[in-house]
Design a protein around this ligand. Structure first.
Ligand code: NAD
Ligand code: DAU
Length: 356
């Protein structure tokens, strides 16, 4: 291989773009970034590397076998890091088909292309090659209040069309390791937050609504629990799993930072009260409890002791420090916010929140 590449899918989305930036700042290999640029993909996330010769952006679909095969043959990557997905649970409830198409069929097509490519590599190249499959804690389903956190041996019990499609992709990845010997490592991560998150997910919805003096919609009683991880810590875990993960293994990644949704919203409000006080009152007065998400999982929590013990991973950001950084980022990046909240975004907000 003349020049060393990795292929990243979905590298213009929230976590993918953070990963691309993190990778280029820490590693020597170049990136081929394959992204379809759906509503969630945004080249504005990659502005800072637009002139970096180590970043090659390709607009395209992971479901297109000819395109993927051509990229593998042309750039001969030593790894595939697979982020591309439809990622929003609420959208999967309104329209599950895209989730099956990209998350299940797309992952299958990518695995097939990787399998054909892998079979033609030299012994040394095969030894080095990795397929890193990025997945979610949602595949494990719902925890009761006293249940132990999800471990890598927790049974799969997905409850939303999104998590079912991710679970299917995990099973395909697992099967390609066991059946064909494709060198797969899978990570299952908890809720990410941080810069460049599309404002359909809880934390950016709350920040931007609060700034616009709109209601802060909290589903149901707001006592659902999520385990929050700053996105850069997730990126570090993926790099580590790629470098040192054992083939065929799964690594859970989480923030050890369980929070109820209402607490998260209150903390965002408190930071905004400090950084952007409202003359007419505290931001939390905008909180409104709205109709719950159907099939809403009550609690997720990740036991990340395996990746800590075996690969030496540790989160670096606490929820307090990460949330403050995140709110500050949205306050400082008004152009980015203006660009993503125009047009189709407003249509989604009407679709999801109008009846609530
Ligand atoms: P995102 O929705 O912000 O980004 C997804 C990206 O994939 C977008 O750039 C989109 O254009 C691209 N994409 C979608 N369909 C595609 C296709 N058919 N071909 C090529 N590109 C396509 O998602 P995210 O939050 O960054 O999540 C990335 C990955 O991490 C997903 O696999 C998700 O399941 C997983 N994950 C997310 C979280 C989280 O909290 N956001 C937590 C754990 C795991
Ligand atoms: O757990 C990992 C998962 O985290 C990822 O696999 C998904 O891709 C990612 O979207 C995220 O899923 P969630 O459904 O947990 O994220 P979301 O930000 O949509 O919601 C977080 C919690 O907040 C959830 O309990 C629903 C609630 N919520 C969400 C929104 C958008 C609200 O109360 N109000 C809202 O307006």
């Amino acid at each position: 291989m003349a020049e060393k590449y990795i292929l990243v899918t979905g590298g213009a989305g929230f976590i993918g773009a953070n990963f691309v930036l993190d990778w280029l700042g820490n590693e020597s290999a170049a990136i081929v970034n394959l992204d379809k640029l759906t509503y969630a993909g945004n080249l504005g996330n990659l502005q800072s590397v637009r002139n970096d010769p180590r970043h090659l952006f390709v607009r395209g679909d992971i479901c297109d076998p000819g395109l993927v095969t051509g990229l593998l043959e042309r750039h001969r990557p030593s790894a595939i890091v697979h982020f591309a997905a439809e990622s929003h649970v609420d959208r999967s409830i309104h329209g599950p088909e895209d989730f099956v198409q990209t998350n299940v069929v797309g992952t299958f097509r990518l695995l097939e292309a990787a399998r054909a490519y892998f079979s033609k590599l030299s012994a040394a190249e095969r030894e080095a090659f990795r397929f890193l499959h990025v997945s979610t804690d949602e595949v494990y389903g719902n925890l009761g209040p006293g249940d132990p956190a999800f471990s890598e041996s927790s049974p799969y019990a997905p409850n939303s069309p999104y998590s079912a499609s991710k679970a299917a992709s995990d099973h395909l990845a697992r099967a390609y390791f066991h059946t064909y010997g494709l060198p797969i490592v899978t990570t299952n991560c908890s809720n990410n937050y941080g810069p460049y998150q599309f404002p359909e997910k809880l934390i950016p919805v709350v920040i931007l609504n609060a700034l616009a003096v709109k209601r802060l919609p909290v589903y149901g009683d707001g006592k659902q629990v999520r385990d929050w991880l700053y996105v850069n810590d997730h990126c570090g875990a993926v790099r580590l799993a790629l470098a040192k993960g054992k083939l065929g293994e799964v690594y859970n990644v989480g923030g050890s930072s369980e929070q109820t949704n209402i607490t998260v919203v209150e903390q965002v409000c408190a930071i905004l009260d400090e950084l952007r006080p409202r003359p007419s009152g505290k931001h939390e007065s905008l909180i409104e409890f709205v109709k719950d998400r159907p099939g809403h999982d009550r609690r997720y929590a990740i036991d990340a002791s395996k990746i800590t013990r075996e690969l030496g991973w540790k989160r670096t950001e606490s929820f307090d420090s990460g949330l403050r950084k995140t709110v500050t980022w949205y306050l400082d990046n008004t152009d980015w916010v203006a660009a993503v909240t125009s047009g189709a975004y407003r249509h989604w907000i009407d679709t999801n929140y109008a009846g609530r």
